[in-house]
Design a protein around this ligand. Sequence first.
Ligand SMILES: Nc1nc2c(ncn2[C@@H]2O[C@H](COP(=O)(O)OP(=O)(O)O)[C@@H](O)[C@H]2O)c(=O)[nH]1
Ligand SMILES: [Mg+2]
Length: 229
Amino acid sequence: MAQPSKPEKSSTGGWRVTSATFERSADKLGGAPPGDLPEIAVTGRSNVGKSSLLNAFAGQRALARVSSTPGRTQLLNFFHTRLRHPQHGDLALRWVDLPGYGYAAAPQAVRASFGPMIEGYLRKREALKGLVLLLDARREVSEYDHALLEYMADRALWTIVAVTKADKLSKSERGMVTAGIARSLALPRNQVLVTSATSGLGFTDGGLAGAIGRRLHEDAPAPAPAEET
Ligand SMILES: Nc1nc2c(ncn2[C@@H]2O[C@H](COP(=O)(O)OP(=O)(O)O)[C@@H](O)[C@H]2O)c(=O)[nH]1
Ligand SMILES: [Mg+2]
């Protein structure tokens, strides 16, 4: 697993992570924590850098190790997380680590292949607000990735696409790869976040915490207006 970079020493003031702790694993939706917080599901192909991304996001070295314990890989792993913004204050959420998926891409089998647990979770979990879909900078977008975007679109939920391991590309390659991924997924290019857990790219202001914080803040119902007397 890649070592996360140190968290920013001085933030210029967007959303940042103030805490992240492992809460529990569940083998089905019934075993999940109560849906009392907005949830973000995170997934991608096996080896895409999911554990490293969580550690970099949280600014911790071994947070994700909990979920990589053998036997836990096919579970939903819930992490209680807090973000803070200088103006908007604190925002609590659950980061849900979904199992990674395989490499074979037989289109007709794709929709069935995530298994009842992931499909059940994505379709039924009411607390689910959005998906962070990880794509390895050096691999093609797969049918699985497309299928996940479709699941989310069916529920009218957002997806943030994060390209991982960007340190393995030159700056100009990064631009080309990002544009190619955006085109393949029919997303605006600015919806594709470029990250590296080893260099820290994509985890400071305007990065992953910012993208998630902004989305959740927009989703949140506006505070009730003061009652007239
Ligand atoms: N160069 C580089 N390697 C990475 C990065 N993130 C993960 N890796 C490596 O990719 C492999 C898989 O990472 P891991 O986080 O365990 O992926 P997971 O299986 O999706 O949880 C490990 O060898 C990591 O060290 C990154 O940002 N840059
Ligand atoms: Mg992992």
